[in-house]
Design a protein around this ligand. Structure first.
Ligand SMILES: Nc1ncnc2c1ncn2[C@@H]1O[C@H](COP(=O)(O)OP(=O)(O)OP(=O)(O)O)[C@@H](O)[C@H]1O
Length: 259
């Protein structure tokens, strides 16, 4: 079966302050339907650049990008915009909610923009379903100012999921949240994969990365299987349990699944 997403030998050079800098240098990545992948990497390694190429906000200089087997490497902007709104959901560190709209109205905006016409009743039903899926249907009428950071991020996730995207792209979605709220947000995104949505999570947090099916590290412009090198004592939650049970994946095991 064709993979949901395939990147082959992606290259990207950005203008540096002094000289051009190659950020991506032959990056390969395959993501299947319903698969979750974490991408770690030091600050400036190019994680956001990679996500913006995957989300079609930018184009690679070289390599090939296939979505569901279709070559979209050089898609013109108008077609890219249509594909972006139909197939991708985006979640960022900042929530980007419109403060004068309620939670439900913020989510419904995603159905108004570029979705084609939907009768109001259907729009409302899908909005409430999306809010329900992230556990905050009861807050539908609240404006962002009355919501906690975690609740606002869940509204943003509901907005990203309401169109049933094939791929959810999350760039440091827990960066502004405390640990417990961050865990909840990761769990909400992970559960979207149970409905077949692929998930790419850019994070600095190993605990969150460990909740994904595969963990990769971006370094020197390419993705490599990553191993949690923290000691068992310093690891918390499910990762600690896995490590304690000797269940942590080794580099060799990860290589096998990293493709
Ligand atoms: N539009 C741009 N023009 C030139 N250089 C850029 C541009 N955007 C990013 N860069 C540079 O490219 C490199 C990669 O940036 P990017 O934001 O992708 O890294 P990152 O891994 O996401 O970092 P962080 O973890 O700090 O968010 C950085 O050195 C950054 O300064």
């Amino acid at each position: 079966m064709t993979a949901l997403l395939e990147l082959h030998g992606i290259t990207k050079t950005l203008k540096g302050q002094k000289a051009p800098r190659t950020i991506l240098d032959g990056t390969d990545l395959t993501v299947d339907r319903g698969e979750s992948v974490a991408i770690l990497g030091r600050s400036g390694s190019g994680k956001s650049t990679l996500l913006s190429l995957i989300g079609l906000f930018d184009r690679p200089d070289g390599g090939q990008y296939l979505l569901d087997g279709r070559d979209i490497t050089r898609l013109p902007e108008r077609k890219a915009a249509a594909l972006r709104s139909a197939e991708f959901g985006f979640v960022f560190q900042r929530f980007f909610l419109l403060k004068h709209l309620t939670a439900a109205q913020n989510v419904a905006m995603a159905l108004v923009n570029g979705q084609g016409w939907l009768p109001r009743r259907k729009r409302r039903a899908r909005t409430l379903e999306a809010l329900d899926r992230v556990g905050i249907a009861h807050l539908a009428k609240h404006r962002p100012a009355r919501l906690s950071g975690g609740e606002q991020q869940r509204v943003a996730i509901a907005r990203a999921l309401v169109r049933e995207p094939r791929l959810l792209l999350a760039d440091e979605p827990t960066g502004a949240l405390d640990t417990e709220t961050g865990n909840l947000v990761i769990e909400v995104m992970r559960s979207a994969t149970e409905r077949g949505c692929g998930l790419i999570l850019v994070t600095h947090d190993w605990d969150h990365a460990n909740k994904m099916q595969r963990v990769l590290r971006l370094s020197d412009g390419a993705l490599h299987p990553a191993t949690d090198t923290r000691s068992v004592a310093s690891v918390s939650g499910p990762a600690r349990h896995r490590a304690a049970m000797g269940m942590d994946r080794t580099d060799a095991e990860r290589s096998e699944v990293a493709r």
